[in-house]
Design a protein. Structure first.
Length: 263
């Protein structure tokens, strides 16, 4: 696992955006050979999204032949729901770049057949040739996508009830009213994410420090789902310094010393 440590949120966002552009341009995506990405929601990637949108305007990158897969959706919410993840990603990023709508895939929170919808999503990822780069955030409890503590490390896309801690965390998008947060989501699984050619997890702020410590210095366990990144051949954990305050000083020094290449 590669660990990137940047001084603050802005420099973390800059590095992440630069890396995405580097990976897309290196791939030379075409209509027949698109670059496939998994996109996170939440607040951590917002800085990266803003920079990527600016890079598109500056013609440093094109998203015309990039295919996107969202990580999850609230059950009961569709594309037009302002609190849904589809709406969030379109509003915060996708509408600002030259993405083709047919290249954007989201789980349908309005479906009545969860099993079929989730199976079709796994099939769509496979038909796209697999994900080249999955980008994710991490929760304070170590969850990735909506794979919360004690989720199977072999899990696939499925319906899942949210824990009280996640409901409280997500209430910030619902006027801090926990009762308004949908209790169930459709989410990609941990194994689904780990199938990607590359996985990059972003972590910012002291509130993520415990999760970062367990992900990097702890053992691989379903108690901290993000720790599974240790098993990925091309896993990247990109953090700001605030998120690394619980790491051993030797750990921080090691990763800073070996971070010599730009990418």
């Amino acid at each position: 696992m590669r660990v990137i440590i940047k001084p603050d949120y802005d420099s973390l966002s800059q590095w992440a955006a630069d890396y995405v552009v580097y990976r897309i341009n290196k791939h030379h995506p075409t209509q027949k050979k698109p670059f496939v990405m998994g996109l996170p929601s939440g607040s951590t990637p917002l800085g990266m999204f803003e920079i990527l949108a600016r890079y598109y305007k500056e013609r440093k990158v094109s998203f015309e032949n990039v295919v996107f897969f969202g990580m999850g959706e609230y059950v009961g919410m569709g594309a037009g729901d302002e609190h849904g993840f589809q709406y969030y990603l379109w509003d915060k990023f996708l509408k600002y770049v030259n993405i083709k709508k047919e290249h954007v895939h989201f789980l349908d929170g309005l479906t009545k057949n969860f099993a079929k919808e989730c199976a079709n999503y796994e099939k769509a990822i496979a038909e796209a040739g697999g994900v080249d780069l999955f980008i994710g955030g991490v929760g304070e409890d170590g969850h990735i996508a909506f794979n919360e503590p004690y989720s199977s490390l072999n899990s696939r896309t499925r319906a899942k009830l949210l824990t009280p801690s996640t409901l409280r965390a997500n209430s910030r998008f619902f006027d801090y009213d926990v009762s308004k947060v949908p209790p169930m989501v459709l989410t990609i699984g941990i194994a689904t994410m780990m199938d990607a050619a590359e996985v990059m997890i972003l972590a910012s702020g002291k509130v993520k420090a415990t999760a970062v410590k367990n992900a990097i210095e702890g053992g691989i366990t379903h108690v901290w789902p993000v720790s599974v990144l240790q098993q990925h051949q091309h896993g990247i954990f990109a953090c700001d310094e605030a998120a690394t305050v619980q790491l051993d000083a030797k750990t921080v020094s090691y990763f800073k010393e070996i971070d010599l290449a730009k990418f």
